[in-house]
Design a binder for this molecule. Structure first.
Ligand code: OOB
Length: 544
């Protein structure tokens, strides 16, 4: 029996969200169909030498939808999508939406271990890849995934297919045969993956109604109009460049998406000039690179009106340089794939824009800031952020243990972030209570990496911690107690790569220690152990 994918709010909440106009009857397939009817000749997406109008994108998506169904996929089936920033991303995903199939969004950096986990957990029956990207061939990866998870029956390749894989162009079928699909607005449209602080990433089912509400509201806050040009610089499978307002916001507004093959200034700056890009989103390390490169570029960046920065804390000193150096408005974005997104508003006073991470999208986003005992902290004091609202999930897919940890009995999501609230509801991120490493916006679970390390025959115990890093924001450091002879750090890193995991999860730093003895007496938790090791390291490095 396939486990149903659902996301359910108590009826009193659902009724309120519908009444207040947050949840409507709009669904993803209808979004593209509407734009294709209203502005068939406007450019929807450009990139890698391709330029498709709304009419063309919708036609491609419809043919793909018919093709997916012709392969034998059935509405409600889940499909792993692992694609880089290419125009086909939109054709594939809107094709899946049109056919009633549910995309599971994974990152180009993910490898066999992660994809197998997502495929099993989502019970996926198909897997869409690009043939190659940044020197990596995804076709052998797909074969390896299929060999491990036999339920994955089809591999669809954008580009050249290998063996029994099918080319995306080849699944092109006559859309006349497509059923008039009208998914229920409260059904699951897509699955995002969690950054995850304990163990493996969890699946985040998002409904048409909740996700589209966050997108429409984000468009209003970010000033997206049909004249906007959104540069997709971060990997578009991430919630931030996908929906805040991202590529889906642009499509919803009839604006243009420009797919950047790389977010670095040498690639992105010429694209800004060529396409007249008006808005883009970056993680802080990339924003720093842009600030460094902008004064020396020959490219004309004057079309850029808004630079969004989010995914990790953007320091006020850097934030203050955005307007003078890039000549555009900074927008800080503090969000999470589980839901809640905060934005500074474009017309906020400069100090709010530079010193806070914004305020929630919706008047019905409930934000609690609690101490460890669960009591509200005084205004302006740091505390644990919990939230509930019209686009924040109530549960992960098929994970009772994680749900018990991450949600309160009355449905609040425990974000794991420590924030303080300023007047007007503006939040300042102070840190976090959970053990993950936020490496340039990529979230890494300490526990997941420790589990990999413990599988090494020469490792007795391991603790992975985050360490402040001038460029990455945070880097990962693995403290290791060897069993017998210690492996060489370079060999250990190579061995970790052999575990077939995303490269960003390989520890940046490895420190061998004799034992984990701490000043604390008796048995301490993993969390306390990690905190103590981090403190020791910072003291040694003179950073404490
Ligand atoms: C975004 O989503 P995720 O799911 O990759 O990560 C969420 C976590 C937050 O809980 C927080 O710990 C951190 O990322 N975070 C920030 C931040 N934005 C996200 N920490 C400090 N300052 C910020 N501005 O990262 C995400 C999703 C939608 C929009 C933007 C970011």
């Amino acid at each position: 029996m396939i486990k149903a994918l659902a996301q359910i709010w108590p009826e009193e909440f659902a009724a309120r969200y519908r009444e207040r106009g947050y949840w409507t009857d709009e669904t993803f397939p209808a979004v593209l169909a509407r734009q294709a009817a209203e502005r068939p000749d406007a450019v929807a997406v450009a990139g890698q030498g391709r330029r498709w109008t709304y009419g063309e994108l919708a036609a491609r998506a419809d043919r793909a939808a018919a093709g997916f169904l012709a392969l034998g996929l059935r509405p409600g089936d889940r499909v792993i999508v692992q694609l880089p920033n290419i125009p086909e991303f939109l054709a594939v995903v809107f094709g899946l939406f049109r056919a009633g199939l549910i995309p599971i969004f994974t990152l180009p950096a993910h490898r066999q271990t992660e994809i197998v986990h997502f495929a099993r957990k989502s019970e996926a029956v198909a897997y869409v890849i690009a043939d190659r990207h940044e020197g990596f061939d995804y076709r052998p990866l797909a074969n390896a995934v299929r060999a491990e998870v036999s339920a994955v029956r089809h591999v669809i390749v954008v580009g050249e297919a290998g063996g029994d894989q099918v080319g995306f162009d080849g699944i092109d079928a006559d859309p006349a045969a497509l059923p008039d699909s009208a998914p229920s607005p409260q059904s699951v449209a897509l699955v995002q993956i969690s950054g995850g602080s304990t163990g493996l990433s969890k699946l985040i089912p998002r409904t048409h109604a909740d996700y589209l509400y966050s997108i429409r509201a984000s468009n209003a806050i970010c000033g997206i109009t049909p004249d906007s040009v959104y540069l997709a610089a971060l990997p578009v499978a991430h919630n931030f460049p996908m929906s805040s307002p991202g590529i889906f916001g642009a499509i919803h507004a009839g604006a243009r998406v420009v797919m950047a093959p790389s977010p670095t200034p040498d690639v992105a700056f010429p694209l800004i000039e060529q396409e007249g890009v008006t808005i883009t989103g970056l993680v802080p390390p990339l924003a720093l690179l842009w600030l460094q490169a902008a004064p020396r570029t020959k490219a004309d960046l004057s079309s850029l009106q808004v630079l969004q920065v989010g995914g990790a804390k953007f320091m006020p000193e850097a934030a203050r340089r955005v307007r003078p150096v890039l000549g555009c408005t900074l927008q800080q974005v503090f969000g999470m794939a589980e839901g809640l997104v905060n934005y500074t508003r474009l017309d906020d006073p400069e100090d709010i824009i530079t010193d806070t991470q914004g305020r929630a999208i919706s008047p019905d986003d409930e934000v609690l800031i609690l101490d460890d005992a669960g009591d509200p902290v005084p205004e302006g004091e740091p505390g644990n952020l919990l939230t509930r609202g019209p686009y924040t999930i109530r549960a992960y897919h098929d994970d009772p243990a994680a749900n018990a940890r991450s949600f309160t009995p009355d449905g609040f999501y425990r974000t794991g972030d420590v924030v303080k609230r300023l007047p007007g509801g503006y939040l300042v991120v102070q840190g976090r209570a959970t053990d993950h490493i936020n490496r340039a916006g990529e979230k890494i679970s300490a526990e997941e990496i420790e589990d990999h390390l413990l599988a090494h025959p020469q490792i007795f115990d391991a603790a992975v911690v985050s360490v402040p890093d001038r460029f990455l924001g945070e880097r990962s450091c693995a403290f290791i107690i060897a069993q017998g002879e210690a492996p060489r750090p370079a060999d250990l890193k190579a061995w970790m790569r052999g575990r077939e995991i995303a490269a960003f999860k390989i520890p940046d730093q490895i420190v061998f220690v004799e034992d984990f003895a701490t000043t604390a007496v008796g048995k301490i938790s993993r969390k306390e152990l990690r905190a103590s090791l981090r403190a020791q390291l910072l003291e040694q490095e003179g950073q404490a």
